[in-house]
Design a protein. Structure first.
Length: 177
């Protein structure tokens, strides 16, 4: 069954920029574009999410899949978004590049594999307690952007209807509704 969701293409961002450039001088619009910080959360395709059937790559999540949460309850995926960023967009907005968190960066199995994750995603590096959530972008001094993704990438976001905390690659991740 196909998943519901949306794909945000670079052309949509370009149309917004063009609309704004009518309100400001073109050189001011370019300066604003350069200063934009990426804020959307998201995971890349090989990140493994804890479901009731086991850990699955986030790229295969579908609507109605049951995820395991920090509370122990199962919650269903209600929508899945795929946000594709092309090479041109990433060249203009390098803050949108994912950060690479190496396997075991926070301790054994945390994360369980190298993790590519959006700077806007909130994670808890704590071992067993889902507390002290930080945006991955605030860890830039510790982890570097993955420049190999500069030719384009797709962030995957899923929504469960309410804020939940799920395990992704052995790390607790906060998911917004």
């Amino acid at each position: 069954m196909p998943s519901s969701g949306s794909v945000i293409e670079f052309d949509q961002f370009r149309r917004i920029k063009d609309a704004l450039s009518g309100l400001v001088r073109p050189e001011a619009a370019e300066q604003t574009e350069r200063r934009m910080a990426w804020y959307l959360p998201g995971l890349t395709g090989k990140s493994r999410v804890s479901t009731v059937f086991g850990d699955l790559p986030v790229e295969v999540l579908r609507v109605r899949d049951d995820l395991r949460t920090y509370s122990g309850a199962a919650v269903q995926v209600q929508s899945v978004d795929r946000i594709h960023l092309d090479e041109d967009f990433l060249r203009k907005q390098p803050s949108a590049l994912p950060l690479r968190i190496p396997a075991n960066a926070f301790g054994p199995g945390r994360p369980s594999q190298d993790m590519l994750i959006s700077a806007g995603q909130e994670i808890s590096p704590d071992a067993h307690v889902a507390s002290n959530f930080v945006k991955v972008g605030n860890l830039r001094n510790r982890f570097n952007p993955d420049l190999s993704q500069s030719t384009g990438l797709t962030y995957i976001r899923f929504h469960c209807g309410a804020p939940v905390i799920v395990r992704v690659d052995g790390i607790w991740v906060r998911v917004s509704p």
